[in-house]
Design a protein around this ligand. Structure first.
Ligand SMILES: [Mg+2]
Length: 161
């Protein structure tokens, strides 16, 4: 992790990542409760759509419980190879634009905008990066921006979805 003082860092997150990748192939999934994971007694939810989260389903929940909460949910086994490929695509888009970033999971990145100096300059760049990722991959994403100076406690924070 970066030192947090005097840094402007955007935390960028791909929204409902696995489900969003599935929606690229099958638009009929959009707006529906979709669960990714094994549909078995010991299966767990690896990822779920916003509509599934609305009824209380969460990642890592037993699939059996998720099905009780939402019997009409669409359950997909998922394709980890393809998720990795899409994640790499996003990584390359970030790498093209920003010299310093850290990938902390398949769908999470910390991007350093220090040096753009002003908070609103960093916000503009982060917004452009977010839009570029969506335009090139079709994947929705959001970011939160944090800027801290020496001695400052909370810093400025802003979240864009
Ligand atoms: Mg995510």
């Amino acid at each position: 992790m970066f030192a947090r003082d005097q840094r402007t860092i955007a935390h960028l997150d791909l929204d409902s990542f696995f489900v969003s990748v599935e929606c690229l192939h099958d638009k009929s999934l959009l707006g529906k409760p979709v669960l990714i994971g094994a549909d078995s007694d010991r299966g767990v939810v690896a990822s779920c759509s916003y509509e599934a989260r609305k009824v209380g389903i969460r990642s890592a929940m037993p699939m059996r419980m998720a099905k009780q909460l939402c019997p009409e949910a669409i359950i997909l086994r998922g394709n980890s190879g393809e998720y990795m490929e899409k994640s790499d695509e996003v990584t390359e888009i970030i790498r093209e634009k920003v010299p310093l970033f850290e990938k902390t999971s398949v769908d999470e990145f910390y991007v350093d905008f220090t040096g753009t100096e002003k908070f609103f300059g960093a916000m503009k760049l982060a917004t452009e990066l977010r839009q570029r990722i969506t335009a090139k991959t079709g994947l929705p994403n959001s970011f939160g921006l944090e800027h801290q100076q020496d001695g400052e406690q909370g810093g400025h924070q802003y979240r864009e979805a």
